[in-house]
Every structure is written in structure tokens, then in C-alpha cells.
Design a binder for this molecule. Sequence first.
Ligand SMILES: C[S@@+](CC[C@H](N)C(=O)[O-])C[C@H]1O[C@@H](n2cnc3c(N)ncnc32)[C@H](O)[C@@H]1O
Length: 215
Amino acid sequence: MMKPQEFNIASNQAYDLAASKHGICSGAVRWDNPQTQYFRFAELVKYLDLSDQNKSVLDVGCGNGELFKYLNHHGFRGDYTGYDINLGLLEQALYRFPGINVFNRDVNQIEDYEDFDYVLSSGVFNIDFGQSLEFIHNFIANMFRHARHVLVFNAISTHVNYRDQGMYYIDPSQILRFCLENLSKRVVLSHGSLPFNYTIAIYKQTRYDPIIERS
Ligand SMILES: C[S@@+](CC[C@H](N)C(=O)[O-])C[C@H]1O[C@@H](n2cnc3c(N)ncnc32)[C@H](O)[C@@H]1O
């Protein structure tokens, strides 16, 4: 299986190249345009209460901080924290939003980071670096461990009519099965709102745990 360090080297090369080519914009994080990026954000935040200022958000793979701006423009006044492995993109985020709470952290290589009410992640699985499904499963489990309420992330679907070379297509039913069998029974898969993409929300289970009555 690909080691997290190997993934990170390949990922940093790809995003460094994009940032040097496009400068500070959605192209630096390899979105075709801001609309595609924003459609994905809109899907992620459906599972959040944006009006609750006591909630905290962790943005895994925050890139140059666009989700911070999106959340702010949509009324979120809680705590925002972003983690990313790419230093150049984090510098862009700090330049754009002085004081933004972002850190150079890899969710797959740290155990003791704090918990957040909402963990969000957009686009971290987009590029094909030869990573295995097991690597993706571990990545999802690592993010979920630190969500107090819900983890929401997206991926590119295998149910498409053409494929772009270099993009990483993941069968949604395999991810769904992994989540249901290993993480929580409260999982929502949304495969209808975005072309080529799907969004998965995994809730911590507490509210719907079954009540078992013994006689
Ligand atoms: C497609 S970009 C999306 C950036 C941002 N979420 C957005 O939509 O604007 C994917 C980001 O994930 C970051 N990334 C990849 N693996 C990561 C990891 N293990 N931990 C944190 N960030 C990671 C990359 O450096 C890159 O900035």
C-alpha cells in the first residue's frame, strides 16, 4: 500500500505546479473554475448548522482557504481551522485571509489533534497518485475519528461516461459499504447533485443507536 509520505510528495508536486502556473485562484487547487469549487462547497455545508456560532469546523485539505471565505459569506461565525500538507497553498491562505487558523498538518500522520464538531473535506481524493482503496479508507477513518458530529467529504464517481487521465475515480458503493461496516450506520450518500461527483456525510451514531430491551 502507498505510504502517506509517498502520497504527500506526489500531491505536493502536483499542487506546487498548479500554484506556480495559476497563482492565487481556484486553479492553484486544480479546480477548473470557481463554480465547480463552489458547487462542491454547497453540497458539503448542507449537513451543517451554519447559524450556530458555537460550532467548530475542521477543513481537511484546506488549500488556499476558499472554504473559509465561503463559510463566512454564508453566515458561519464559529471556529474555522484548516489543515493542509502544502506549504505554498497555506501561504496563499494566510496572504488572502490574515490571521486565518491554518496548519501544516497531515491527518494521516498525526494522532493527537483535537476534535471538531464538523469535519469537512473537498477534493482531497481528486488526483490519481496510484493510491489504493485501503489508503482512502484509512484517510476517511482518520478524519471521522476527529468529528464530534459529522464528517462530510466528496470524491469523483466511477459512474461517469468518460474519464480524465490523472483523476482518481472511486466507486461510491465501495466507500458506502466501508463507512457502514466500519464507522457508523448513519451515512448519507448524495450522488445526484453534481456531475461526476458524490458527497458522503457520516454522522456519529449517538442519536439513532438502537434501544435493546432484555427480558
Ligand atoms: C483539490 S485541492 C482542494 C483544496 C480545497 N479543499 C478547495 O476545495 O479549495 C486538495 C487539497 O488537499 C490537500 N491534501 C492532500 N492530502 C492531504 C492530507 N493528507 N492532509 C491534508 N491535506 C491534504 C492538498 O495539498 C490540496 O491542497
